[in-house]
Design a protein. Structure first.
Length: 417
């Protein structure tokens, strides 16, 4: 078994030339390890074996070992990474995705400042340094050493503490959508959209039970899951399916897949979900009759392509070939850019996830959301078509800023009612 895992690991490495995502991930991980080791060397050299150097060195050694554990566990599929406490995993993620960026920025600024000082000293006439000035310089140097040694662990642990509180909380976000084409009989139809649960490393235990409880308390007509049921490990899929089956809706539950569902083995994920009996839409549609009116649910699978938006549009156009003219249509797509094709086709309602609301946002308009997506959180309208993008209720990354986890509750209203 272990030899097979090693073979899978080296097989992935051997595909670098033909697998862009794997190449990018390994480049990113190599950069992380490189910066960790560089900082470890700096911590040893700059702190001059002071008492606080133990903190700096212990912190960065722990981070290197933690990252090795996460990467090794995932690549070799040993699940080592899933045995780490949430606090430890959160600290590793926050340091390597957030702390390192801050460290590099500070290092660049410090280098620029040091260069300016060196230039200034080179062109200025030299003055004799008094004993008091020399002592002050030593004191300032010690202060900088202490700051450099303690800032990374304090920064990381502070954000980790905030993240741990966030991992246990989510909100219910409500929308009332007026849809002129909605049949009068469907006025007041309610939908609970549960997206990006990411069952696994950061979303587990009591918060998952609370997600199911809250969803059921909404007493929605439909419960629709828009991808990323699991974080990455198929070991969590059985529990994820149990959670979906525990959700309640008057007229049924449907789900689609997301990119995280396919990380370990996409075909196996799809096979096991289909065998579970949970209605699962992969470039397919299903029709449910609600109050005597047919409602057609369309679901598109996650597509991997260099021209991602074009591939999404093709999937949307293909699945709409099964559209029934007498049914009210709703499109489920993990990636929100599917809305463009849906709007072009005149679909009245599209539900998406994937963005986590931008994850790290300075405000509603500034952050990773608008930097990466055309639609990233909430309600969007284009012509007669409307889109809801959920922030998601689970987490692949432990920290959110101005992008709270959520279950979305939607009430549809007909202009004719």
């Amino acid at each position: 078994m272990l030899s097979q895992r090693r073979a899978n690991f080296f097989g992935q490495i051997g595909k670098l030339g033909e697998n862009k995502p794997v190449s990018f991930i390994l480049t990113l991980l190599g950069t992380m390890f490189g910066i960790d080791i560089a900082w470890l060397v700096c911590a040893v050299l700059l702190t001059h074996r002071r008492p606080w150097s133990v903190v700096a060195i212990a912190f960065i050694v722990a981070q290197i070992l933690g990252l090795l554990c996460l990467v090794g566990g995932r690549m070799l599929q040993t699940n080592w990474d899933r045995t780490l406490p949430k606090f430890v995993s959160s600290a590793i993620f926050i340091w390597h995705f957030f702390g390192i960026a801050a460290l590099v920025l500070v290092a660049v600024l410090a280098l620029m400042f040091s260069t300016l000082l060196a230039v200034k000293h080179a062109v200025s006439p030299r003055k004799e340094t008094t004993a008091a000035q020399a002592e002050a310089q030593i004191t300032r140097r010690q202060f900088l050493e202490i700051t450099a040694a303690l800032a990374p662990p304090l920064f990381t642990l502070s954000l980790t503490g905030i993240a741990m509180a966030q991992l246990r909380s989510f909100r219910v976000r409500r929308f009332v959508l007026a849809i002129p084409s909605l049949p009068r009989a469907l006025d007041g139809l309610t939908i609970a959209q549960v997206s990006d649960m990411h069952v696994g490393r950061f979303t587990s235990g009591c918060v998952l039970r609370e997600i199911v409880k809250t969803t059921n308390e909404l007493r929605a007509d439909l419960v629709l899951l828009t991808g990323d049921l699991i974080n990455d490990a198929l070991a969590d899929l059985t529990h994820g399916i149990e959670l979906v089956k525990a959700m309640e809706a008057r007229f049924g539950i449907w789900m689609i897949e997301g990119n995280h569902d396919l990380i370990e083995n996409g075909r196996e994920f799809e096979r096991r979900v289909r065998e579970s009996g949970v209605p699962f839409l992969l470039d397919q549609s299903d029709v449910v009759t609600i109050r005597g009116v047919p409602v057609q649910l369309f679901g598109v699978r996650w597509v991997r392509s260099r021209n991602h938006d074009e591939a999404i549009a093709e999937s949307v156009h293909a699945v709409l070939q099964t559209r029934q003219p007498d049914a009210f249509p709703i499109l489920l797509a993990h990636h929100p850019h599917a809305f463009d094709a849906a709007a072009d086709a005149g679909l009245p309602l599209t539900l998406c996830g994937h963005t986590h609301g931008g994850q790290l946002m300075l405000n509603e308009r500034c952050g990773f959301g608008p930097a990466l997506f055309r639609y990233w959180s909430g309600h969007y309208v284009r012509g007669g078509s409307q889109l809801i993008v959920s922030n998601g209720v689970g987490n692949w990354f432990p920290l959110r800023i101005n992008a709270p986890a959520e279950i979305v509750h939607i009430t549809l209203r007909s202009a004719a009612a």
